[in-house]
Design a protein around this ligand. Structure first.
Ligand SMILES: *[C@@H]1O[C@H](CO)[C@@H](O)[C@H](O)[C@H]1NC(C)=O
Ligand SMILES: *[C@@H]1O[C@H](CO)[C@@H](O)[C@H](O)[C@H]1NC(C)=O
Ligand SMILES: *[C@@H]1O[C@H](CO)[C@@H](O)[C@H](O)[C@H]1NC(C)=O
Ligand SMILES: *[C@@H]1O[C@H](CO)[C@@H](O)[C@H](O)[C@H]1NC(C)=O
Ligand SMILES: *[C@@H]1O[C@H](CO)[C@@H](O)[C@H](O)[C@H]1NC(C)=O
Ligand SMILES: *[C@@H]1O[C@H](CO)[C@@H](O)[C@H](O)[C@H]1NC(C)=O
Ligand SMILES: *[C@@H]1O[C@H](CO)[C@@H](O)[C@H](O)[C@H]1NC(C)=O
Ligand SMILES: *[C@@H]1O[C@H](CO)[C@@H](O)[C@H](O)[C@H]1NC(C)=O
Length: 799
């Protein structure tokens, strides 16, 4: 909780910085003896030609009588990230802080000088003979002479961020800020190290001669970290090897910046330009990926000494979360990187205090390697506990897989997560009761600063809000679970159990298998009418034409289990027939046929109906993957296998058959089916295991068809165009109207269309790990989850 509060506070301070720009912008170049920029106006900043970036003064949150000289995004509504700020001359120096009456101007001699109210020079980039100063639209501040050559540019003087158009060469580095609101040099650096690897370092005093890094580009030696004006961020390698790619989001579509954040994670942030004032920044890439799990043997690790690190997915802005163990408190809650101290007196070695201590158990927690002074193997956890209790030097023991590690102060590289395993037993004094409440909240309110008190109040408000949303979310989840369960016990509309039909029954019902209604990958489907005691039912009878994998027992079992599966978006299986060579499945009949009939250009349903259908299919698939007793992977999601009932409710058919027929056979037969191939995930053809993410891919391909009402492979002027690639290009260029031209209903709901497209793009990511689960897909389609802008589907594989 402490660290979360801390982040809220920082966030609040950050906002204070960014929203209090009041005076008007200057919109031309600064020239000799021209206007002056000053925190006290009339111009406190200048804007780039389109207003995308601003350069000028921003009040400091901690002390609003001081101002930062900075460049920031000025058009992104939610927050306006600072991409550069002026620093004192030396590398290790802090930000230049100007009092209110300071003035920035280009002097007669062509020097850009920031002078204090008492006319002392506070900052001077060291140019002479400059004629003008321009801020260009990608955020670079340039000082020119009359030959139009830049004498100086801000892009060469890195702070913690790079933006498109900027690169980071050897010798240069990015250094994080100390905290989100403190612009002093922080604890982390990113640079090409002496071996040429792109590497992340912990900054320690005195400097660590071994230059040990906590992440590197893994022996890929190179020259430059480049963020080019197409929006591609990569580390350029030596000897023309293919670069190390970090992210690729089109510049024309997204504002973007990559920042080494105060927690030591390098994050790429993007903001959709087309959403202008409704947008928000989202993180699309993090390096290292699991920063809490990284290890560096100098200093305290990602968090402070004795603290531990949790990769938290829901902090805003996204940050690693550093926490203190129970009975420990941050030395300074505003500067959590200083670490945690125990709230109790340590064990006195002169007397026996072993009975005054107990253990606080923390699952999946460890301080990796740090402070270990004794290791032994014991199958008995109590042996491990006792050994620590009677040892006055022992502070924590780790017990994992019969290993016991005893640790002493200070603890570093602390982390918690399921990847850690085992448990940490933190030894605390028994009498140290109430100190927890004392520590975390107290440190904010004890300060005599009114804005901090307000911050505390707002923080409480935010925490309440979060609590409320969590409870709403859990209610919703519980309800969902109930929905799923109740659907499971829903009785068959015909009151029939799985029936074992005779061949003659079915022969009669279908009038000798005459009325063919479909041909699927597994056999031909006939319509039939089944006469029951007092009414008759229309059925679909599927004659399987494949050899089955393991004989009859398997068939009966599989069919029985398919018959158990009931969901409003799945076609019901009523019964089966196995007689002689015949293997037949009997389904409820879907009067409206398959989805194919409703998403062609000529015969399409209205957009809202199509959207409902897409959501229905997603729910059906979600149920197959996660809702019923054993996971079912469909393996053949495509419009032909989505049937519509009388009310145009979508029903997935043929589920469970891949297993029934045997996946390998299913695979073999799909190779040659034209028009089907496009639905298969790339890994389908690589003989890897079958995963639910394959269905997610197929669903994505189909989702494009549902949105655009065009076929997966379109014929345009005798050329075959793959819908999903075309759709992605349109999306990337912000021209989604091209995809739904003439569809008035869809045009009226362009936001909805965009949402569906984003989901579809997420689903067709070539890397299955990046694809969302069907659960996530349903949430995103329903608008219940926010959707990060999707990356180029092929980036992490092909490049
Ligand atoms: C500002 O300076 C830049 C670079 O010399 C030049 O291209 C631009 O036209 C100037 N803008 C104005 C408004 O003079
Ligand atoms: C910069 O942002 C401020 C505050 O949002 C706004 O008032 C101003 O108009 C913006 N300037 C430009 C040039 O867009
Ligand atoms: C230079 O940095 C130091 C340390 O951050 C700061 O105290 C000092 O005020 C800065 N100098 C100027 C001129 O801003
Ligand atoms: C590559 O990196 C590993 C550690 O990641 C190191 O042990 C190895 O020596 C490196 N190889 C070369 C050729 O530098
Ligand atoms: C950015 O890099 C990519 C790949 O090297 C290249 O195709 C593209 O043209 C570059 N963009 C610019 C504006 O240089
Ligand atoms: C690049 O080429 C140089 C000289 O040919 C060689 O010494 C070096 O090992 C090469 N680096 C890589 C990463 O292959
Ligand atoms: C430890 O116990 C001894 C004996 O009771 C006492 O004299 C000493 O002050 C204690 N040390 C600490 C640090 O409390
Ligand atoms: C709680 O904080 C107060 C004031 O900082 C201090 O006097 C008191 O000893 C603390 N209580 C505990 C149990 O640590």
């Amino acid at each position: 909780m402490t660290s979360i509060s801390f982040i809220f506070l920082s966030l609040l301070l950050l906002r204070l910085i960014t929203v209090t720009v009041e005076s008007q912008p200057y919109t031309k170049n600064l020239t000799k003896n021209g206007v002056t920029l000053s925190p006290s106006g009339p111009y406190s900043y200048m804007a780039s030609p389109t207003g995308e970036f601003a350069f000028g003064f921003l009040p400091l949150a901690a002390d609003s009588s001081l101002f930062l000289l900075a460049i920031w995004f000025n058009k992104t509504s939610s927050t306006q990230p600072i991409i550069w700020f002026a620093k004192n001359s030396s590398d290790a120096a802090g930000p230049v802080l100007s009092p209110a009456g300071s003035k920035l101007r280009l002097t007669d001699t062509g020097e850009l000088i920031l002078a204090s109210p008492t006319s002392q020079t506070i900052w001077n980039p060291g140019t002479r003979g400059a004629t003008h100063v321009a801020l260009v639209d990608h955020g670079d501040l340039l000082i020119y002479d009359d030959t139009e050559l830049p004498l100086w540019q801000s892009f060469d003087f890195h702070t913690d961020t790079i933006v498109p158009g900027q690169s980071l060469g050897k010798v240069k580095f990015l250094q994080s800020k100390l905290t989100d609101s403190d612009f002093s040099p922080g604890r982390f650096k990113l640079e090409a190290n002496k071996n040429g690897y792109l590497a992340f370092f912990l900054v320690v005093e005195p400097p660590d001669p071994t230059n040990e890094f906590y992440w590197s580009s893994n022996n890929k030696t190179g020259r430059h970290l480049v963020f080019n004006l197409s929006g591609l961020l990569y580390y350029e390698l030596e000897n023309n090897s293919s670069p190390f790619y970090i992210s690729d989001y089109p510049f024309e579509r997204y504002h973007q910046h990559a920042t080494l954040d105060p927690d030591g994670v390098f994050r790429v942030y993007i903001y959709d330009k087309y959403l202008s004032d409704k947008g928000s920044w989202s993180v699309v890439r993090e390096l290292p990926e699991n920063a809490c799990g990284t290890q560096v043997d100098v200093g305290s690790g990602m968090c402070g000494f004795n603290a531990y690190c949790i990769q938290s997915s829901n902090l805003e802005p996204p940050r690693l979360s550093c926490m203190c163990p129970q009975e420990y408190t941050f030395i300074d809650a505003n500067r959590p990187y200083l670490g945690c101290r125990p709230n109790f007196a340590l064990q006195n070695c002169s007397v026996d205090e072993s009975t005054d201590f107990k253990f606080v158990e923390m699952k999946n927690t460890d301080w990796f390697g740090a402070g270990d002074y004794m290791h032994f193997v014991t199958s008995d956890e109590s042996g491990c506990r006792t050994s620590c209790l009677i040892d006055c030097f022992c502070l924590v023991v780790i017990y994992r897989a019969s290993n016991c590690w005893k640790k002493k102060l200070p603890l570093s590289n602390g982390r918690q997560g399921t990847y850690v395993g085992g448990k940490a037993l933190v030894k605390v004094r028994i009498s140290s009761g109430t100190s927890i409440t004392n520590s975390s909240v107290g440190s904010f309110t004890n300060k005599n600063q009114s804005n901090l008190v307000i911050a505390g109040a707002i923080m409480l408000g935010i925490s309440l809000l979060i609590l409320i949303s969590i409870s709403i979310a859990s209610l919703y989840l519980r309800r969902r679970k109930r929905d799923l369960e109740s659907e499971q016990v829903d009785l068959s509309p015909m009151g029939m159990n799985m029936k074992n039909f005779s061949y003659k029954d079915l022969h009669d019902a279908t009038k000798g298998f005459t009325e063919e209604v479909g041909r699927g990958s597994f056999g031909i489907v006939y319509k039939g009418i089944l006469k029951l005691a007092n009414h008759s039912v229309v059925i679909a009878v599927k004659k399987l034409d494949r050899l089955l994998k393991d004989g009859d027992r398997e068939f009966a079992n599989e069919v029985q289990s398919i018959g158990q599966i009931h969901h409003k978006n799945l076609v019901r299986l009523f019964g089966f027939c196995r007689e002689g060579p015949h293997r037949i499945l009997v389904y409820e009949y879907m009067s409206n046929g398959s989805l194919t009939n409703f998403i062609s250009e000529a015969t399409k349903l209205g957009w809202n109906r199509r959207a409902q259908i897409a959501i229905g299919v997603a729910q059906g698939l979600y149920y197959l993957h996660e809702g019923c007793c054993s996971q079912i992977i469909h393996c053949d999601i495509k419009p032909q296998n989505i049937l519509l009932d009388d009310n145009l409710v979508p029903r997935i058919s043929d589920f469970g058959l891949a297993k029934l027929i045997g996946v390998d056979q299913t695979r073999a037969t799909t190779y040659n089916i034209r028009g089907t191939i496009g639905y298969f995930a790339p890994e389908w053809f690589k003989n890897t295991g079958i995963t639910p993410k394959m269905d997610v891919y197929s669903f994505g391909v189909m989702l494009f068809e549902i949105v655009c009402c065009r076929s997966n492979i379109m014929q345009v002027d005798e050329e075959e165009i793959v819908l999903r690639y075309w759709a992605y290009d349109c999306f990337r260029e912000g021209r989604i109207n091209l995809l739904i031209q003439g569809d008035k209903e869809a045009e009226a709901d362009i936001e909805g269309v965009e949402r569906f497209l984003k989901v579809a793009i997420w689903c067709i990511q070539e890397n299955p790990v990046i694809r969302p689960t069907m659960h996530k897909v349903t949430q995103m389609l329903e608008g219940a989850a926010t959707i990060a802008p999707p990356p180029d589907p092929s980036i992490y594989i092909s490049k």
